[in-house]
Design a protein around this ligand. Structure first.
Ligand code: TXE
Length: 491
């Protein structure tokens, strides 16, 4: 059974409740997990609070914390094959993608292990005899809540900077995908993180997660998930003015101009949406194509979409896996229905796959809609599945206008051979992540996060570490003398 890790001990839920964990490619149970609730959340928070307030963890040297993080990165790599397999069985993604995720996770721990020892802070020469210093300190107890689309990778994005900075935490994976998180915590125990510093809470968002978001003893919430859930987390966090990092939904535009290398652009357009079966916050779900090449380019994309090998991620050669659950699959199929009803042209796909062994899993065909207009739901709402909306544009101005016609602002891309046009468009699209002639690279060195309703704050890079620190100014009077303010010591 998959247990929680609280205060350095592996425990079941106080209620004794459990949850069946399934493989979305087969519908079969792969494990059983402890189903924590609000009471378990409170125990985990208390353990993290004690470790922050009473142990020397927040005051350990950066070098010491770095050593633990480097050790953890080595352990993750040593067990990479096993963890990748677990991730595929629990999440459904192709094994090669899971292997990439695991190596990325190791790399993220290494990056923050290195970064925490680098110079930081400022010194200011102030007027008179004052010297000012700005230092960074840990925030305290952090609640880290992640979704099911990149379970291990998202864990690394949050745990690495959080622990590097000297915080303690309660980490909650999505209830559907706890398997690699449990393994990661076993490796953290082996690496030597002290009890209480990092706690693993399993269970549902609306019970365990909501308690984390609301609890007065939690100082910060770092959350990745849907925008609606993020809004709720923000409200719950208002009680004690928690620090917040939110990485939410997206409806990213991928703009293809007629002067682009269309073969290359078509490959990226396809991976932009169908990677991880479209369950990616930065998915290029709105493809905007210049009208002079629209028909030709759409044919190229459709031809590629039809060739994608869909199947169980454990089988060699599979390029797209299932959706995470039956409920999520039904939501995606609902959007496909809405697209047809609203008059978009279904060019390929559109159905659940019900042939052979795939019938047992939650597979949806790679789906492409043409002639999509900006009023349609499939243009406006995050589908989070393998569904691409293609829209025609006239010129640069029109492309930028359409790209910005969204409540979201996470990512975007442009494909063109005109460097000036690429730069102009990159600067005018209102998103936190923008790619030129490429789609999807997410690198630890670069900040990740969204404008508008795609979130708050940034993860990764130096920004990701800043988000887990408080800033303190310390002013030192080098020559203390009479204050000279009150009548008794005015001369
Ligand atoms: O996500 P939730 P769901 C989007 C995507 C998807 C939709 C719903 O459009 O269709 O969100 O997916 C925890 N307090 N994204 O329902 O609810 C939950 O347990 C505290 C985009 O699966 O956002 C899980 O650990 N926590 C996204 C995490 O939040 C709560 C990735 C995410 O779940 C909570 C996933 C609460 N009240 C979905 N309710 C992205 N940005 O990549 C839930 N949780």
């Amino acid at each position: 059974m998959l247990k929680m890790y609280i205060g350095g001990r592996w425990v079941s839920a106080v209620s004794g409740r459990t949850r069946s964990i399934t493989n979305p490619a087969t519908g079969e149970q792969i494990d059983v997990a402890a189903e924590g609730g609000a009471e378990d959340a409170r125990l985990a928070i208390a353990a993290a609070r004690k470790a922050f307030d009473e142990s020397d963890w927040p005051h350990t040297s950066a070098r010491h914390r770095a050593r633990l993080l480097f050790r953890l990165a080595d352990l993750i790599e040593r067990h990479a094959g096993e963890q990748a397999r677990m991730e595929t069985e629990n999440n459904g993604k192709p094994l090669a993608d899971a292997e990439d995720d695991v190596l990325t996770a190791a790399n993220v721990f290494r990056y923050y292990a290195g970064l925490i020892g680098k110079p930081s802070g400022q010194v200011s020469d102030l007027p008179g005899s004052y010297v000012g210093r700005v230092v960074r300190e840990p925030i305290g107890v952090c609640g880290l809540i992640v979704p099911w689309n990149f379970p291990l990778m998202m864990a690394s994005w949050k745990l690495a900077p959080c622990l590097a900075a000297g915080n303690t935490c309660v980490f909650k994976p999505a209830e559907l995908t706890p398997v690699t998180a449990v393994r990661l915590f076993e490796l953290m125990e082996e690496a030597g993180f002290p009890p209480g510093v990092a706690n693993l809470l399993l269970g549902e968002g609306r019970t365990a997660g909501a308690e984390l978001a609301a609890h007065e003893q939690v100082d910060k919430i770092a959350f990745t998930g849907g925008t609606e859930t993020g809004r709720g987390v923000m409200r719950a966090a208002a009680g004690n003015i928690k620090k917040l990092s939110l990485e939410l939904g997206g409806k990213s535009a991928n703009i293809v101009f007629a002067d682009a290398d269309l073969d290359i652009a078509a490959d990226y357009a396809v991976s932009g949406i169908f990677l991880n079966a479209g369950q990616v916050c930065s998915a290029g779900s709105r493809l905007l194509v210049e009208e002079s090449v629209y028909d030709r380019f759409v044919d190229m994309v459709v031809e590629r979409a039809r060739k994608i090998r869909v199947g169980n991620g454990l089988h060699p050669g599979v390029e797209m896996g299932p959706l995470i659950s039956e409920a999520h699959m039904n939501k995606v199929l609902g959007y496909i229905k809405a697209g047809i009803e609203e008059g978009a042209v279904l060019l390929t796909g559109g159905k659940r796959i019900t042939e052979g062994e795939l019938a047992r899993g939650f597979f949806v065909e790679p789906t492409v809609f043409g002639d999509v207009h900006s009023g349609m739901r499939i243009f406006r709402e995050e589908i989070f599945g393998p569904v691409l909306s293609v829209t025609k544009f006239r010129d640069e101005e029109d492309a930028v206008r359409l790209a910005n016609d969204s409540i979201y602002g996470l990512a975007g891309a442009v494909f063109t051979s005109d460097a000036g046009k690429a730069e102009r468009v990159a600067r005018r699209v209102r998103v936190g992540v923008f790619w030129i002639n490429v789609y999807h690279p997410a690198m630890v060195e670069m900040p990740w996060g969204g404008y508008k309703q795609s979130g708050l704050g940034r993860e990764l890079g130096t920004f990701g570490l800043d988000a887990f620190t408080e800033v303190k100014q310390i002013v030192h009077n080098l020559h203390p003398g009479p204050l000279g303010y009150y009548h008794w010591n005015r001369s």
